[in-house]
Design a protein around this ligand. Sequence first.
Ligand SMILES: [Zn+2]
Length: 284
Amino acid sequence: MNSRSRNRLSKLIFSLILVAIIALSCTPTTAPPESSIKITYKATPASTPQTQIIPSQTTPSSPALVTPPLAKIPTTPSPSQVTTPPAPPPAETTPPLPQVTVTQSNEIEAKVTRIIDGDTIEVEINGKSYKVRYIGIDTPETNKPLGQEATNKNYELVSSKIVKLVKDTSDTDDFGRLLRYVYIGDLFINAELVRLGYAVVKTYPPDIKYEALFLSLQSEAKTGQRGIWARKYVGSKSSDKYHIPSCTWAKKINPENEVWFNSATDAKLNGYSPCGVCKPPASD
Ligand SMILES: [Zn+2]
């Protein structure tokens, strides 16, 4: 091989190497931009999930246009999405509120709307009507002796007032009435009705928190002969007649033999009949 052909060969090899170098250097430089564009294009819609609706409109256009719509998307859909979700929760939480507060809270204020009898009232709580049965006490039925008086006393105490209702253990009785201690300020209505002799103590476990207080007030009412415990008519153990206490025959009865009745019905139930002299009522 002469020097000329050697020179040609070396030139050819050099050019081949040069081509190879160019080819090698060009392939990586062209490929990455394409892939990097694809990555950024795919990455941007993926990173913002809220923008799924709008990218579909911009997908046909060049990747460069993806950026401007992205800025608009978070502002437009988010306010509409923010306003919609909070709206249903308040609408759902508002209706159950009255029931929740009544059953879960131990203490609640209520407006008395009706007096049913001596130990039952109707109240309004958050626009809803409830029947409330006083805990631990029992007043005579309205058609029984002192029943009307007990109702009247209850009316006098709580009618149209704002009362505080306090739960013991049970929420309601078998009739669905709320079982509650009733207060007006510091006045404990359940206790007051017992103290005045308009109610007798009647506790049902587990609602017995104030049983001792009620029993103590009941003995006080008995001693004071108040209401139910008032001694209205008197008879003798050795007779079957009952008298008005001012009757001359009543005054002749030995105190040891005295039998007292709080109503004519009570006397009759014990086998006594009205005295023909003082003529007490035959029934109440
Ligand atoms: Zn008499």
